[in-house]
Design a protein around this ligand. Structure first.
Ligand code: HEC
Length: 149
């Protein structure tokens, strides 16, 4: 559990900067990571809203995927020089690099909510939907604080 929490977020921000031509690729890769989260979240939210029929195995897969993604160490995608102050391709606020403990806290809240979702996603639509608010709230908590509108 402790390992998952630490690894899920940005374990440590590397001290070396990127070559200029790698900045955009790194930003795109970071956004790709979050797109994966969004794609799995979309399955669960779609089922909760009734836009997609609830299916226990698909719901469980989406939750399992999100937990799998929590063990990915994002540090290399958050090298200095990749904030919204450095590039207009990203919404990652410079505040991330100034408030690392705060970001870790938001990441830990996400890991906790994803694990809670994994426990119940396959148990029924009501159970899954019941865990969705906290999970979505953990995304929003970080976005509101660290992502440009
Ligand atoms: C610890 C902070 C944090 C958490 C937790 C977090 N996000 Fe994000 N997310 C970001 C940041 C920062 C960006 C902006 C990345 C960029 O533009 O470089 C982002 C961007 C995104 C994007 C847009 C990607 C793109 O195409 O540009 C999506 C979709 C997304 N997040 C979904 C989610 C979902 C779903 C969750 C929860 C299950 C989540 N995020 C949790 C920080 C977070």
């Amino acid at each position: 559990m402790r390992f998952a929490i630490l690894a899920a977020t940005i374990l440590a921000i590397p001290t070396t900067s990127l070559a200029a031509d790698m900045v955009e690729d790194t930003i795109a890769a970071r956004q790709g990571y979050y797109k994966l989260l969004g794609a799995n979240m979309g399955v669960l939210a779609g089922m909760a809203k009734g836009e997609i029929d609830y299916d226990s195995s698909s719901a469980q897969t989406a939750a399992d995927n999100m937990v799998t993604l929590t063990s990915y160490n994002l540090g290399h995608l958050y090298v200095p020089g990749t904030s919204a102050d450095d590039s207009d391709k990203t919404r990652a606020l410079a505040k991330i690099w100034e408030d690392f403990p705060g970001v870790q806290e938001k990441g830990a809240a996400y890991v906790k909510a994803a694990m809670a979702m994994q426990e119940v996603a396959g148990a029924g639509k009501g159970e899954m939907a019941g865990a969705l608010g906290a999970l979505g709230g953990s995304c929003k908590g970080c976005h509101d604080a660290y992502r440009a509108k």
